[in-house]
Design a protein around this ligand. Structure first.
Ligand code: 13P
Length: 258
């Protein structure tokens, strides 16, 4: 973390979990603890159908609600999809784009990621753009090249002020939902690399202002060590964000530094 230059953001990605009534129970458990979070921003990205309910449940708190995906077109014949304006109008502030599960199961590509990033920013949503390598790619030692490629395409055509509003989440695919976390050094090195890519594209001032998260089996136990890395500015948390106490413990880990 580096609180002088950028916001720490702890975001939960609920994926395809929790009904509205389960969301209500979660909010009841988390809200009394939330007042204590100070420096970091807290976000919960929930299934699209539950966004309006979640916004209402957390309306008196500083926790923001986000979507987990969006389409890049403004409207049209895309059965089952939601637009950025739809997300915006029901109160979402963030949207996850290019999660590896979307890339793997729904044919999301770097080019669609780029279109979605543009659409989100134009609607006033902050995109959380996911990048990350598979185990095979790591073993072939192409992680840095791959991440460079993903980041460059995701950010293509954005202005400096738009890039400052983008959050990048480094999520090694082999660490997602597997209980295998990247070591703090491994995660920190890739997040530094990402900042270096942004520096080359947009200069040092923009690069140091961008929030870069780590995601992949982040939990109450390992969060503090990961967040101690200078280029890890938060987390995108799946499994551990589903339990209010675990999520709160991660938020607290992000609040250790003044
Ligand atoms: P887990 O925290 O369950 O590994 O999921 C990480 C993730 O995919 C967040 O987007």
């Amino acid at each position: 973390m580096n609180l002088k230059y950028r916001k720490t953001i702890i975001a939960g990605n609920w994926k395809m979990n929790k009904t509205l009534s389960e969301t209500r129970a979660y909010a009841e458990a988390l809200k009394p603890q939330l007042g204590k979070h100070k420096w970091c921003e807290v976000v919960l990205c929930v299934p699209a159908v539950n966004i309006p309910g979640a916004v209402k449940l957390f309306k008196d708190t500083r926790l923001a609600i986000g979507g987990e995906n969006c389409h890049y077109e403004a409207s049209g014949a895309f059965t089952g999809e939601v637009t950025v304006e739809m997300l915006k109008e029901v109160g979402a502030k963030y949207v996850i784009i290019g999660h590896s599960e979307r890339r793997q199961y729904y044919n999301e590509t770097d080019l669609t990621v780029n279109k979605k990033v543009h659409a989100a920013l134009e609607a006033g949503l902050r995109p959380i753009v996911c990048v990350g390598e598979s185990l095979e790619q790591r073993e072939l030692d192409v992680t840095e090249e791959l991440i460079t490629y993903q980041v460059k395409i995701a950010l293509a055509g954005l202005t400096e002020s738009q890039v400052r509003r983008v959050v990048i989440a480094y999520e090694p695919i082999w660490a997602i939902g597997t209980g295998k976390t990247a070591t703090a050094e491994q995660a920190g090195a890739v997040c530094s690399h990402i900042r270096g890519v942004i520096r080359k594209l947009y200069g040092a001032r923009v690069a140091r202002a961008v929030t870069i998260q780590y995601g992949g089996s982040m939990n109450a136990k390992n969060a503090a060590e990961l967040l101690a890395q200078p280029d890890i500015d938060g987390g995108l948390i799946g499994g551990a964000s589903l339990k209010p106490d675990d999520f709160m413990a991660i938020i607290n880990a992000a609040n250790q530094e003044a």
